[in-house]
Design a protein around this ligand. Sequence first.
Ligand code: ISE
Length: 337
Amino acid sequence: MSTSMGIGVIGLGTMGTIHANNLATSIFGAGLVAVADPDPHRAEQVSLPEGAVHRFSDYRALLDAKGVDAVVVASSSTTHAEILQEVLMRHLPVLCEKPLAPSLQESVGVHEAFHRAGVPLQLGFMRRFDPAYVRAFEAIQAGVIGTVYHYSGISRDQFAPPLAVAQHSGGFFADTGVHEFDLARWLMGQEIVEVFVRGGVFVSDAYRDLGDVDQAHVSFGMDAGGLGLIELTRNAMYGYDIRTEILGSRGAIRIGVQPETGMTLLTETGVTGDHVLSYRDRFREAYREELQAFVRCLHQGLPVLVNSLDGIRTVAVAEAAKQSLAEGRSVEVTYDA
Ligand code: ISE
């Protein structure tokens, strides 16, 4: 592998575009060499370095292209398993967007195949690279809040995703919930073993036809006795709002509402500030950091920091959550397909 690694991005929706732009402009030790999307107009959304980046409509052509040393898979979730098999056949390291695959069975298949072949697969849990969450993790590891025993999470999107996107996302728990499940596992240092879920459709009526919900509460238990509560909301209206609090025997850590800027407007009519509207803004730095970490691990031959095991564990919780909601009872989380 040369000093600058060539990376290809598969899928140019919201996340693929973010990764492609980051690779084209700000990742040390790697550059964007190819993009693939069945819709040719999507490549136009990315400001590609003139002449240097190959555009493909078929992702297989990208995988076979000269100069592609690693790939980012950011296509819709329902295509991950199939694309990852092709990536594996070419032994290319991959950063794959979450979820690993929408179902536990497919996710386990992907995990086992990559694990057996020893090909690096990093999963797109970017919150683990956000400066506030990194600080929280380090403080917990250092024992600053003692023994942790409770996780609270609030995860609110401003608006529900378009139905066409939601249909291929694996549902609310696989698409949105997995970020929270992963944070809880990572910060608490325990696995989620049981969930109880309530939920409903309150704003996005069309979600009823999809058999999905736009509001849910997940209460859970963990293997070392930790407890947790998560609120998932698709339509907060006022903005994107991700909050976390970990309670320990000697204190708590809180990651709160993030303003877009530090500006506060104070006039005779009142005091107002601004607020982030989407994950693109809230986690802008984290998306760059996760890619940089991926590239650093490949260059240094180190294991990636978030892997396919994290993928199957979170999808297992998502499946149990879906079942709990449907059956109105607590469901044990199992990691077997
Ligand atoms: C989206 O796919 C993401 O990954 C965002 O981080 C999450 O907050 C949102 O709910 C998902 O739809």
